[in-house]
Design a binder for this molecule. Structure first.
Ligand code: ADP
Ligand code: MG
Length: 268
């Protein structure tokens, strides 16, 4: 009996100290990022729904509106943001970490930790959390109006670390019109709600009238459907050749300006 009490006492103490560590880390990180006015996460538990597309185009639309913008590609398994931007980059040994830059938007990506972007990053949970902490703690962003975070899919270690460590303004959720995608995006929205992160809105991507994924997510989570990004081959070209649709096409940029306003990222 005494042993059980001792063990559970030690367990409680360990848990207590790890919670205290997260609280302390969060305080330090947010102090370091205090010259960043807004931190917005782009999120869905499902891969391939358009998170990176929305993150990149939101970042460049905000930049074209005159704001200073940074972008974090925190997807460990498919860190595509640099490819979408048509740039390459690796971190040097220098500290703090220096973001890559495209047309005034500063970018860091998990891909910058490896010397070949095609190499998989095979890391276990604790290392993933450590790398994310490294990003948040040690990047020299300078003053920013917006930091857009392209979250990894899933509802476990990697997104959880970001949610725990960053004081986010909120999430923009992403879904396709498909029911399967909506269900998984609802899952991420529920997790965000349970962790107290605001839901700023839902964006439906690849909209082609084949389903009501955006409406489904908005209704289930009680948040606004802030835009539908129509299916357009320019987005495929972006992932293949680094063309940024909102910088090339006025109609697409207006769609993103509307999304940004409806989600309350800037004044309407
Ligand atoms: N509105 C759209 N129209 C056509 N293709 C799109 C659209 N949005 C995204 N895509 C394409 O869908 C694929 C997955 O998008 P991506 O942003 O990489 O998703 P995720 O980051 O959620 O995995 C990419 O090839 C992208 O070019
Ligand atoms: Mg992605």
């Amino acid at each position: 009996m005494a042993d059980t009490e001792q063990v559970s006492g030690a367990g409680t103490n360990m848990m207590h100290s790890s919670i205290l560590r997260v609280i302390e880390d969060k305080k330090n990180i947010n102090q370091k990022l205090s010259n960043i006015k807004h931190k917005i996460g782009i999120y869905s538990a499902k891969g391939g729904v358009g998170k990176t597309t929305v993150a990149v185009n939101t970042a460049f639309t905000l930049s074209s509106m005159g704001y200073k913008v940074g972008l974090i590609d925190a997807d460990i398994d498919c860190p595509n943001a640099l490819m979408f931007l048509g740039i390459e980059g690796t971190f040097s040994d220098e500290y703090p970490l220096k973001p890559a830059e495209k047309e005034g938007v500063k970018v860091v990506s998990t891909a910058m930790f490896v010397d070949d972007a095609k190499k998989p990053i095979i890391w276990r949970g604790p290392l993933v959390a450590k790398m994310i902490r490294e990003f948040l703690d040690n990047t020299d962003w300078g003053p920013l109006d917006y930091l857009i975070i392209d979250l990894p899919p899933g509802t476990s270690d990697a997104p959880l670390s970001i949610i725990q460590l960053l004081s986010l303004d909120g999430f923009v959720l992403v879904t396709t019109p498909r029911h399967i995608s909506a269900v998984n995006t609802i899952r991420s929205g529920m997790m965000a709600k349970r962790l107290g992160v605001a839901l700023l809105g839902v964006v439906e991507t690849m909209s082609d009238g084949s389903g009501d994924g955006g409406e489904e997510v908005a209704k289930e989570l009680g948040c606004e459907l802030v835009g539908k990004v129509r299916s357009n081959k320019m987005f495929g070209e972006m992932s293949d050749s680094g063309i940024i649709p909102v910088l090339k096409d006025d109609e697409i940029r207006k769609e993103f300006e509307d999304i940004i306003k409806k989600a309350g990222l800037v004044e309407k």
